[in-house]
Ligand binder design. Structure first.
Ligand SMILES: [Zn+2]
Length: 115
């Protein structure tokens, strides 16, 4: 249970109504169905990738070394995964990251991209 669950115990997590990737792939901009707009950098998403290659499935320890992630990492492709998540392909060849709306909202509020 996360901080945000605790803060808003009875509301459904917001979903993104609109998304946009900057032309250079460095930033994901999200407009949420509750009207909030957030931005998050590709590098933040890469560093916080929740996939099994980046986080140990059993211990939930992050196994990804931040020093191994290029400062220039970009979003190569962003595809919907059902209606609950985005499947993000990064320019460093990492393609297994699936970010659900809750994760995207949390990351973009915790690590907002300063445009
Ligand atoms: Zn990953």
């Amino acid at each position: 249970m996360s901080f945000w669950d605790h803060l808003k115990p009875s509301t459904l997590p917001p979903a993104a109504a609109h998304l946009e990737v900057t032309p250079d792939g460095s930033v994901l901009r999200l407009t949420w169905d509750d009207g909030v707009r957030t931005s998050v950098s590709a590098r933040t998403l890469r560093l916080q990738c929740p996939c099994a290659a980046c986080v140990d499935e059993w211990t939930h320890q992050r196994t990804l070394d931040p020093a191994a992630v290029s400062a220039q990492v970009a979003l190569a492709d962003v595809q919907p995964a059902g209606n609950y998540a985005l499947h993000i392909h990064f320019s460093d060849g990492h393609t297994t990251g699936i970010f659900n709306w809750k994760t995207l909202r949390e990351l973009s509020e915790r690590f907002p991209h300063q445009a």
